[in-house]
Design a protein around this ligand. Structure first.
Ligand SMILES: NC(=O)c1ccc[n+]([C@@H]2O[C@H](COP(=O)([O-])OP(=O)(O)OC[C@H]3O[C@@H](n4cnc5c(N)ncnc54)[C@H](OP(=O)(O)O)[C@@H]3O)[C@@H](O)[C@H]2O)c1
Length: 214
């Protein structure tokens, strides 16, 4: 059965997945690149100079066995991208998804076929509806939920996430978009593990327990 997986989602100690304000110049707001410094130092990110330690082992799982991605509108572009008919995402002509990629937005537009196997589709749909479409496209493979925090929270609330890999970075942002708001007692339904890396980040995995009959 196809799983819904989150990988490499970086949060501050206080649970923010991005700072503020988000803009074309500052996609992560006042967080800058600090949430992702750990990943940029991996071989996954830079095969020439990146390290091959614990962070790399976690990071590279991002790309394995994925047949489609779902992301939120604010990951796809800065505020107001919906008013720019030429906006094609942050990632250039060959985005790093290489699968059908579903962008949740209240202002959908026609699909965009990019190089390298990525096609962006724009959906105004509930999490369950979007997941049904992405699962169909993914075939036997899994669906990656790419963020941001608002979209992951929405899918967690709907009970649709099977595996959540978070990377807790030792910074306090104080403001931005927070993952945990409104969620409660995930530990009742997920096995939670933490692995400290020498880089200073902590990899957290939340793996949904198989349902048990009463
Ligand atoms: N920390 C990380 O590892 C990481 C990873 C990915 C992204 N990011 C960053 O996170 C930030 C974005 O996160 P975010 O929490 O602000 O926003 P987000 O989750 O990317 O997008 C939320 C927006 O998506 C649209 N949306 C969500 N669910 C929808 C639904 N069911 N139907 C229709 N539209 C829906 C809505 O936009 P509209 O109403 O405008 O259509 C909503 O405001 C960016 O700065 C990005 O760079 C961080």
């Amino acid at each position: 059965m196809s799983l819904v997986r989150v990988h490499n989602f970086s949060i501050s100690l206080d649970g923010f997945g991005a700072g503020e304000p988000q803009s074309l110049e500052t996609p992560f707001g006042h967080a800058g690149q600090r949430l992702h410094g750990w990943m940029m130092a991996t071989r996954f990110w830079d095969p020439t100079t990146g390290g091959a330690g614990v962070d790399d082992v976690f990071a590279e799982r991002h790309s394995i066995g994925i047949g489609a991605e779902i992301m939120g509108a604010n990951k796809f572009g800065p505020p107001g991208w919906q008013d720019d008919a030429d906006w094609r995402g942050w990632w250039g002509p060959n985005p790093p998804f290489h699968t059908p990629t579903y962008v949740l937005t209240h202002r959908p537009r026609p699909s965009l076929e990019m190089e390298g196997g990525t096609t962006f589709h724009f959906l105004d749909a509930s999490p369950a509806e979007a997941l049904a479409v992405a699962t169909e496209a993914a075939g036997d493979l899994d669906v990656r939920l790419g963020g941001g925090a608002t979209t992951i929270r929405e899918f967690l609330t709907a009970g649709l996430v099977d595996h959540l890999h978070l990377v807790q970075v030792p910074i306090v942002l104080g403001r931005g978009t927070r993952l945990w708001d409104g969620l409660e007692a995930l530990e009742d339904t997920y096995d939670v593990e933490a692995v400290s890396s020498p880089s200073g980040v902590v990899h957290l995995t939340l793996t949904r327990r198989a349902a048990t009959s009463a």
